[in-house]
Design a protein around this ligand. Structure first.
Ligand code: KIV
Length: 284
């Protein structure tokens, strides 16, 4: 819940939140009901996941954006199920508190619902993650229902769905036109009815994201979808400024780690070359 007080003409905004020892899908549902915003970030490795979990992030997404930021591919399409499981297992080894959701990568679920179930079982069994996420609306409803029969929680993803980049042709804002907006509202309802525990909305007009958030009872987490949703997700490399090439309007960069790390490495190289490192105290 967000409380706004007006003290001496100054607006003070405070968020009231419950302390959770462990975040589950039920905690997220409670947060939506209470009006507490959900914080979510991507993570792909042990060390970063440990920091994010200690900072008390609510949800870590082992996103298929690993294909871009960890493997250097241009799109999310090339990353494999084995690679996603390896990233997810590393993240799981690091965390104590947050909920870990893993993206089903391109080609691991679109074939049919049995393939979707088998890929989800592999993720859950081999990485010990807590939930899976997949992209799409009506066309993946059957798969979502089948995955749920195994007791695996599913997060949906609508709006800009990067696995369909070659269908869209661009990474521009989706659902600006009425027909696509109506389909998105319809899909959101179908995903809720199918049993998704939450929904990601990527790069859509904030007015439409607000409508979806009011339409469905499950938590809606936005990326480039404005503030009238139940929570926010960002790709951690973008937020930390590790990745300098990506600067969409919706991104807030909290650090400039690319330059900071580069500066530190340049200093290290200079210290090695000049025999400043190691000094007397740094040797046995
Ligand atoms: O793969 C990813 O990082 C994602 C987020 C952008 C939501 O799906």
């Amino acid at each position: 819940m967000v409380l706004s007080l007006h003290l001496k003409n100054k607006k003070i905004t405070m968020s009231v939140h419950k302390e959770y020892k462990k975040i589950t899908t039920h905690s997220l549902q409670e947060m939506k009901i209470r009006g507490e915003k959900i914080s979510m970030l991507t993570a792909y490795d042990y060390s970063m996941a440990k920091i994010f979990d200690e900072a008390k992030i609510d949800v870590l997404l082992v996103g298929d954006s690993a294909s871009n930021v960890m493997h250097g591919h241009e799109t999310t399409l090339p990353i494999t199920l084995d690679e996603m499981i390896s990233h997810a297992a590393a993240v799981i080894r690091a965390v104590n508190r947050c909920l870990v959701v893993v993206d089903l990568p391109f080609g691991s679920y679109q074939g049919n619902s049995k393939e979707a179930l088998n890929s989800s079982i592999r993720i859950m069994k081999e990485s010990e993650a807590h939930a899976v996420k997949l992209e799409g609306g009506e066309e993946v409803v059957e798969s979502i229902k089948r995955i749920l029969t195994a007791g695996i929680p599913v997060m949906g993803h609508l709006g800009l769905t990067p696995q369909s980049i070659y269908k869209f042709g661009t990474y521009e804002v989706r659902a600006k036109e009425d027909a696509e907006a109506q389909k998105l509202l319809h899909d959101a309802k179908l995903l809720e009815e199918a049993g998704c525990f939450a929904l990601v909305l990527e790069k859509i007009p904030s007015k439409l994201a607000k409508q979806v958030t009011e339409l469905v009872k499950i938590p809606v987490i936005g990326i480039g979808a404005g503030s009238d949703v139940d929570g926010q997700v960002l790709v951690s490399h973008d937020l930390l400024g590790i990745n300098k090439d990506f600067s969409p309007k919706f991104l807030r960069r909290y650090l400039n780690l690319f330059d900071e790390i580069k500066g530190a490495v340049e200093q290290y190289i200079a210290d090695v070359k000049s025999v400043d490192f190691p000094n007397e105290k740094e040797q046995y």
